[in-house]
Design a protein around this ligand. Sequence first.
Ligand code: GRF
Length: 228
Amino acid sequence: MYYLSLFLDHKKDVYLHIESSQIMINLAILISGRGSNMEAILRAVKREKIPVNPAIVISNKPDAKGLKVAQKLGVKTAVVESSGTKGGSWEYDQKIVSVLEQNNVAPKNGLVCLAGFMRIISPEFIRRYQGRILNIHPAILPAFPGLHSQRQAVEYGVKFSGCTVHFVDEGVDTGPIILQSVVKVKDNDTEESLSKRILEQEHKVYPEAVKLFAEGRIKTKGRKVVRV
Ligand code: GRF
């Protein structure tokens, strides 16, 4: 009986292995600048064998520092220049979607991580990749959504702030929350010093959220994200 169950477990492992390789997730990361969260994700994917295939890094800025970092890590990059286009426009986002499609990051097998992508994305893009777009925000949402969250936190005088990884919905920083990490705010903190400590946490929680998603260990229930 013991041997049988070992055998069955072994069979199950094989089955699970085959199943997970069939649904390998193709990962796209969208950046606009330095790309430190992108780098943290790409390094964690390799180090922790997160079951995703880093397919493409896309920047809307040709001079984004993160592009070179991605190339050094052996990941393909693309630039979809956004200057002169309006944030939230489907006309621009369609160009991003076509790069995603060319790289086989599709709604059925893709994961799109926004990592310092400084643009509002359109409802059409969000609906197409429903439940497959993640974002990191440098505050404990729903506090301090939008821009300059660390500055807002220092000026408001909160004693704790941090970061949030969430699914992207059609609001600004309003989607279901996957993970958060809290950082204590010191009396003498500046926007810079607080940003630096929050960023250290971002580099931990974003890869962790990608892992949870890739391993199929989370699902959304209404606006809650629960472990499965
Ligand atoms: C991070 O603080 C992230 O939370 C925010 O933009 C910043 C991007 O930094 N959305 P990086 O490009 O990942 O270094």
